[in-house]
Design a protein around this ligand. Structure first.
Ligand code: NAD
Length: 295
């Protein structure tokens, strides 16, 4: 399949590389020269413009930082919708708000292009290994058409419902993740300060009712889980600033339906404080540092 791929950053770069490995022809575009070079080295053809990346594609995929970039890339005069042929399906895998996903979908449908919002979980490691989970907002026939494309980059793909529901699933999951990580950090630090061995405490939690991904796979206390970012100076995980962005999207989306998100809003402020302290680039489990700096 001829795939136009736009946005070759930490996630998009390895996703495009996996499409190439699966035998697809990828025409790639990014604003960053090093990202383009890496895509070329992986076997992609480089497009000279956004529009050119979309022009001959049978599917277009975008993996961009935030909603403003997605809007510009699809809707600008020289953007994807201006270049793409009628009927070509469009996939946006960026994490953005559901309202923007629906706006782009409406504009795409008006000119005869089906659109799927398909944010991912699994991080850079999952993007590299081709084990991402895609949360897809699309009608059933579009989802089935796109299944082989998703399976070249991921292991799980779930159809969440109509357009926008992929982003809703992603925001709700990350809202919970951001909160649960703070809960585990707080419990681990309290246990330490009250005098229990942190390894013992973690093993109790992980066989008790407090257990969750933040406790058993990505425990924020150093040395508990060997493969967790906490055990390598909080490097190489999911950056606190990305969590901050996702919580912002969740809080904004909640406002649009007038639902209070008491803990989500507090969690947002805590990650913001972490970011203000210059810790936005480290793994979000570094939130434990707010409870004392010795970790
Ligand atoms: P990134 O900043 O590394 O990559 C984004 C790329 O988009 C950059 O290479 C940038 O140059 C390019 N870009 C920006 N504007 C452009 C434009 N107008 N035209 C062409 N290219 C443009 O970001 P990332 O970490 O790859 O994340 C991408 C998306 O995936 C984000 O929405 C993020 O929230 C989401 N996400 C990231 C992770 C993660 O662990 N990094 C995990 C899950 C989801």
């Amino acid at each position: 399949m001829r795939i136009g791929f736009i946005g070759l950053g930490h996630m998009g770069g390895p996703m495009a590389a996996n499409l190439l490995k699966a035998g697809h022809a990828v025409t790639a575009f990014d604003l960053s020269a090093p990202s383009l070079e890496a895509a070329k080295a992986a076997g992609a053809t480089l497009a000279t413009s956004l529009r050119a990346a979309a022009e001959n594609a049978e599917v277009v995929i975008t993996m961009l930082p935030a909603a403003a970039h997605v809007k510009a890339v699809y809707l600008n005069d020289d953007g994807v919708l201006a270049g793409v042929s009628k009927g070509v399906p469009l996939i946006d895998s960026s994490t953005i708000d559901p309202a923007t996903a629906r706006l782009i979908s409406d504009a795409a449908h008006k000119q005869g292009n089906p659109f799927a919002d398909a944010p991912v979980s699994g991080g850079v490691v999952g993007a590299q290994a081709g084990t991402l989970t895609f949360m897809v907002g699309a009608d059933e026939s579009l989802f089935e058409t796109l299944r082989p494309v998703f399976s070249s980059m991921g292991k799980n793909m779930v159809r969440c419902g109509e357009t926008g529901t992929g982003q809703i699933a992603k925001l709700c999951n990350n809202l919970l993740l951001g909160i649960s990580m703070i809960g585990v950090a707080e419990a681990m630090k309290l246990g330490e300060n009250l005098g229990i061995d942190p390894t013992k405490l973690a093993s109790i939690i992980n066989t008790s009712t407090g257990r969750c991904w933040s406790s058993d796979t990505c425990n924020p206390y150093p040395g508990i889980v060997e493969t967790a970012p906490a055990s390598r100076g909080y490097s190489g995980g999911f950056g606190a600033d990305l969590m901050l962005k996702d919580l912002g999207l969740a809080v904004d989306a909640a406002r649009s339906v007038r639902q209070p998100v008491f803990l989500g809003a507090l969690a947002q402020q805590l990650y913001q404080s972490m970011s203000q302290q210059g810790l936005g680039g480290i793994d979000f489990s570094g939130i434990i540092k707010l409870y004392g700096d010795e970790n």
